[in-house]
Design a binder for this molecule. Structure first.
Ligand SMILES: [Zn+2]
Length: 92
């Protein structure tokens, strides 16, 4: 089901999914219940459970609940190239 953008005059934009045949021109705002008009855009075609929806859900989740970090990332050893041609490169 495609997702459509609506804009509330006081709260701003939000997305709502509707079947293509039943897209209303305005819907009540989920926050203040005023009529929010549909923004004309391409619409986003995403199947629920698809990689795209999972990515969007994970991104939205980390915005509100960032994942906790228990330790600093492991130190990396400096990269050493083994290509013999790189020995001729100038050293800084
Ligand atoms: Zn509103």
């Amino acid at each position: 089901m495609p997702s459509y953008e609506f804009t509330c005059p006081t709260c701003g934009g939000f997305d709502r999914r509707h079947p293509m045949a039943e897209v209303p021109e305005s819907v009540p705002c989920p926050r203040c219940r005023r009529q929010a008009r549909r923004r004309i855009s391409g619409g986003v075609l995403l199947r629920s459970g698809s990689a795209g929806t999972r990515l969007l859900d994970a991104t939205a989740r980390t915005a509100a609940e960032p994942s906790l970090v228990a330790a600093p990332p492991p130190r990396r050893s400096p990269r050493v190239t083994r290509n013999p041609l790189h020995r001729k490169l100038p050293r800084s």
